[in-house]
Design a protein. Structure first.
Length: 310
């Protein structure tokens, strides 16, 4: 009997993959707005948080151990997605801005201290054109080490597309229109790239994840069976690319899905889930590719929480 019990408790122990770091951040009172997005700079041990609200700093910077470092505010109106890009020569922070004022409808690159370095899109103008580059509520951006950029556009505007740009901001390929068919989107909300040359998109209102070839933009497959209760809001891989972490805002859950290594995308398999408190509303997540920690930006709870792998 003891043996069986031990085996069961061991099995249970394996099931639990993450635990909440209740000590992160050290000073949660710095969250003074709605926390929409979070990005980890695992190279430098920094965590960037984008928040919205009147008269609040739009970007907060913490250490990975939870200490508040500094904040910045200039030229960020309504942050939606945030991403840290590290190269051999330095790091920068990319933010998608869905504001309707003079800074909105843009994807912007900042220095770690908040100096504006690059603006993609036409500030203050919503559109669906590429010449000049125009977005309508761009939801998220992912930048590869090479500088190639993936943008999901948008968060409820006229565009429902996935766009790949070269490191000098020219269109490489573009896919997606508004709809429910293969390669179509209804609010493409989050985007990430795996180690096998595939682009993963949280197709939020179609309640599915769609996968594309990063070189050609060709559709490779989709997952919907895991999302009958609520669509996927975010897509991020664990550090070993074995699992995909997906936030489901309306049911306050993180779903951990098995990622196919190579070959067929197949059907989604939910390996584990982390149930968050009611009304937490997890919006977007990011993963520290060094420690494996998962950071969750929660617009209901107005905080970012850190989950550490067990």
């Amino acid at each position: 009997v003891l043996k069986a019990y031990d085996h069961f408790s061991l099995w249970r122990g394996e099931q639990q993959m993450y635990k909440l770091d209740i000590g992160w951040p050290k000073t949660p009172e710095h969250f003074t707005g709605q926390t929409f997005c979070v990005a980890v700079d695992s190279l430098h041990g920094l965590v960037y948080v984008g928040q919205r609200g009147d008269n609040v700093p739009k970007v907060l910077v913490f250490s990975e151990s939870g200490y508040f470092l500094y904040s910045w505010n200039d030229t960020v109106e309504m942050p939606h997605g945030i991403f840290v890009w590290n190269t051999a020569i330095g790091s920068s922070v990319w933010i998608t801005d869905v504001g309707t004022g003079k800074y909105g409808h843009t994807v912007k690159q900042y220095s770690p201290l908040g100096k504006l370095m690059q603006v993609l899109g036409t500030p203050g103008n919503a559109g669906s054109s590429l010449i000049p580059l125009q977005f309508d509520q761009p939801a998220e951006v992912f930048v590869e080490e090479s500088g190639e950029i993936y943008v999901v556009d948008g968060d409820g505007g006229m565009n429902n597309r996935l766009l790949k740009l070269s490191n000098d901001y020219k269109e490489i390929w573009l896919t997606g229109t508004n709809g429910t068919g293969i390669g179509q989107f209804k609010i493409p909300h989050s985007v990430t790239v795996d180690a096998f040359g595939r682009v993963w998109v949280a197709d939020r209102d179609n309640k599915r994840i769609q996968v594309f070839d990063k070189v050609t933009g060709e559709w490779l497959g989709s997952w919907s069976s895991c999302f009958s209760e609520d669509g996927p809001y975010s897509v991020r891989f664990t550090a070993n690319y074995k699992y995909l972490i997906v936030a489901q805002l309306n049911i306050n859950r993180l779903a951990i899905l098995a990622a196919p290594p190579v070959g067929s995308i197949g059907d989604c398999i939910m390996v584990h889930s982390v149930q968050l408190a009611d009304e937490t509303k997890p919006h977007l997540v990011d993963v520290d590719m060094r420690s494996g920690a998962v950071y969750v930006a929660e617009i209901g709870a107005q905080q970012v929480q850190k989950y550490v792998p067990l």
